[in-house]
Design a protein around this ligand. Structure first.
Ligand code: NAD
Length: 492
């Protein structure tokens, strides 16, 4: 597949403005944002820089759709059918969407394709779930029938990051729409071409006007305007802890709920009895996938001290063979998203080097990559001190920190020893130990002899501690994207 052939698609979409009431309209800001391809550093398109006026127009469209429009009148089964139809359309357009996603994010084509497949799967899953959300009846006083039902919040706002634009589109809009909310999305300025195209496919699928509105723009403009707008009933945010704090404060000021997904420093706890052949692909891929720019990246490799040399040696051997390249080279990883992110990753590595932390393995960047691209060679640091930034902070790049532990208690303390608590992996052939350790780790998802960086649409996903709160994916997301109403009916 030749991404260059798809450039035109990106440009055309970018020229169209903001997506409100199933139509592209120009933003009154008349400003645009350059879309830079991470693989080349070249400007490949321009998107509208939506502002507070656009957010308000999008909000009003969503409110109309919810209160009086065709969207609000649909039954659950009808909503489910629309989501399912969108899922099929995404599958039908998988080549085009894969190219667009790879162009916009720089990820290898195989990863971009997997993301489009996941996006389709989100709409398939939530299409099937829409009419299967049941309430309960509650034993109450004689002469009363008491019951609960789950109802939509109303208008929900979704602010998504640049690392998985297509997946985040499905992950946030799938459950919101299944429950009957009308939505306004603010995609990330660094990568939003796929969400803009997906909005067009939603029209083709038959979504009535106002159900899905998309306002591209800068975080401090369109994003801040969305969170501060007094009309929204619920917000979903995925991104940095700093912006997450602002979103939570804005939600509190409007007395509405929000889900926050703020990343992690996820541990892979490896005991000496690990089946290393089986574990190796997951241990490496968990940090390399999407060039380490995954909130659930397995960025800390915690290894039992007595088996440190053997296990780390094997992982290092594989790590040294990793190569970064363009999407079309389809290697182990692509570039990082932009120049700022590249500087951030390099700063972490430079500081670790200055602190005397040993690099045990380093991958490479393919020699023919374009000069302007944001490529970073993957790096693996050994014996990282527990209080070093590399052991505690989210790098969001292909950098693995290896830390030895003494015994089970030490492994648990170390696994829980950061502010984050998103995902963890425990690797051992001792089932009792796996359960003992896994159940003491404070993380929203714990895998045993497996690791799912970003995977598993069916699996509830979200943080403990400072990784955030609320759950996305699976049936749990439907609870967060709805409110519970209790009905009490008196009869003779
Ligand atoms: P960010 O938090 O600034 O951006 C995420 C989203 O929030 C984007 O859509 C952005 O436009 C929007 N936003 C920014 N400022 C806003 C504001 N004041 N009000 C409302 N919305 C706003 O993240 P970033 O700058 O793109 O990345 C910085 C770091 O965040 C990364 O290095 C990484 O550590 C982390 N990050 C985490 C995730 C994740 O999946 N948890 C995703 C992206 C970035």
């Amino acid at each position: 597949m030749n991404i260059q052939n798809r450039l035109e698609t990106g440009s055309v979409i970018a020229a169209k403005g903001v997506f409100i009431d199933n139509e592209w309209t120009p933003s009154p800001s008349e400003k645009t944002i350059d879309v830079i391809a991470p693989a080349t550093g070249a400007v490949v398109a321009r998107i509208a820089a939506g502002n507070a006026d656009d957010i308000d127009r999008a909000y009003q469209a969503a409110r109309r759709a919810f209160e009086d429009g065709a969207w609000g009148k649909l039954t659950a089964v009808e909503r489910g059918r629309l989501l399912t139809r969108l899922s099929r359309l995404i599958e039908d357009h998988a080549d085009e969407l894969t190219a667009l996603e790879a162009l916009d994010t720089g990820k290898p084509l195989k990863q971009a394709r997997a993301d489009i497949v996941s996006c389709a799967r989100y709409f398939e899953f939530y299409g099937g779930a829409a009419d299967k959300v049941h309430g309960e009846t509650i034993p109450f006083l004689n002469g009363y029938l008491a019951l609960t039902e789950r109802v939509p919040h109303g208008v929900t706002g979704q602010i998504i990051p640049w690392n998985y634009p297509a997946q985040m589109f499905g992950r946030t809009l799938g459950p919101a729409l299944a429950m009957g909310n009308a939505t306004v999305m603010k995609p990330a300025e660094d990568a939003c071409l796929t969400p803009l195209r997906l909005a067009e496919l939603a029209v083709e699928a038959g979504f009535p006007e106002g159900a899905i509105n998309i306002v591209p723009g800068l975080g401090e403009d369109a994003g801040a305007a969305l969170t501060a707008h007094p009309g929204f009933d619920f917000l979903s945010f995925t991104g940095s802890p700093e912006v997450g704090t602002m979103v939570q404060i804005a939600a509190a000021k409007n007395h509405i709920g929000c889900t926050l997904e703020l990343g992690g420093k996820s541990p892979q706890v490896v005991f000496g009895d690990v089946d290393l052949d089986a574990a190796l692909p997951s241990l490496v891929n968990a940090i390399v996938q999407n060039a380490g720019q995954t909130c659930s990246a397995g960025s800390r490799l915690l290894v039992e001290k007595s088996a440190y040399d053997r296990i780390v040696g094997t992982v290092a051997e594989r790590f040294a063979k990793l190569q970064a390249g363009t999407p079309e080279m389809d290697l182990d990883l692509g570039p990082v998203i932009n120049a700022g992110q590249k500087r951030r990753v390099e700063r972490f590595c430079h500081n670790a080097d200055s602190d005397g932390i040993e690099i045990i393995a380093q991958g490479s960047v393919a020699k023919d990559v374009p000069e302007g691209g944001f490529y970073v060679a993957p790096k693996m640091f050994g014996h990282v001190p527990r209080d070093n930034a590399l052991a505690r902070d989210e790098v969001f790049g292909p950098v693995l920190s290896v830390i030895p532990f003494e015994d089970e208690a030490d492994a648990v303390a170390l696994a829980n020893g950061t502010d984050y608590g998103l995902v963890a992996g425990v690797w051992t052939q001792n089932a009792n130990r796996a359960m003992r350790v896994g159940r003491k780790i404070r993380a929203g998802q714990v895998f045993v002899n497996a690791y799912g960086a970003g995977g598993g649409i069916e699996l509830p996903f979200g943080g403990m501690k400072k990784s955030g709160h609320g759950r996305e994916k699976g049936f749990e997301a439907l609870k967060d994207l709805s409110a519970l109403r209790t009905m009490v009916v008196k009869h003779d």
